[in-house]
Ligand binder design. Structure first.
Ligand code: CTP
Ligand code: MG
Length: 166
């Protein structure tokens, strides 16, 4: 297996979704997407899905996709693919919050793997309109994403940007 090629294929593909997800977490706050509304006594999405987070996630994701396109000299491929990936990432993350609320879980309650895979699956499904990564690349991303996610959370905790280390 060519590890450097695998790393390159995996990260040049998923980076806009990673940046989108991190930017949403960094800038999220204020007005929730569900406007505080409830369905059957429970919040539709909860306070963890906001207009600000979604907006900044999208903007930073688009910028990342454009930069990847410029660096790899293929903007006409990476920019539209990036837009699909980040739209899917945001939708995947939101759908997962919807199901967490239906299961009665409070906002921020962790569900291992679902929390780290929701946006990867969302990104891959939307992105598949334009490009489908190899199975090897996708499996690699499913393995490394939770590891990267947990490491970033630990760093954010140490920098006092997050209340809990996970
Ligand atoms: N965020 C946001 N808007 C989004 C996605 C994320 O504002 N569309 C921000 C919120 O501040 C959220 C943080 O990013 O708290 C982390 O996102 P996530 O882990 O998905 O949300 P949780 O707070 O864990 O909520 P949930 O239980 O719904 O997953
Ligand atoms: Mg989530």
């Amino acid at each position: 297996m060519d590890w450097s090629l695998l790393l390159f294929n995996a990260f040049s593909y998923i980076l806009p979704a990673y940046v989108c997800n991190s930017a949403a977490a960094l800038y999220g706050g204020k007005k929730p997407l569900d406007l505080g509304k409830k369905w059957k006594g429970r919040r539709i999405l909860g306070n963890g899905k906001t207009f600000r987070g979604t907006f900044f996630g999208f903007v930073f994701g688009v910028v990342t996709a454009a930069l990847i396109g410029i660096v790899l000299d293929n903007v006409y491929f990476y920019l539209p693919l990036g837009v699909l990936l980040i739209t899917g990432a945001l939708v995947g993350d939101t759908v997962s919050s919807f199901f967490k609320r239906r299961a009665g879980l409070k906002r921020g309650r962790s569900v291992p793997l679902l929390d780290q895979w929701d946006f990867v699956f969302g990104a891959a499904i939307f992105g598949s309109v334009m490009f489908i990564p190899s199975l090897e690349t996708f499996v690699f991303l499913l393995i490394v994403t939770p590891v990267i996610h947990l490491s970033l959370n630990a760093v954010s905790y140490l920098l006092k940007m997050k209340a809990v280390p996970w």
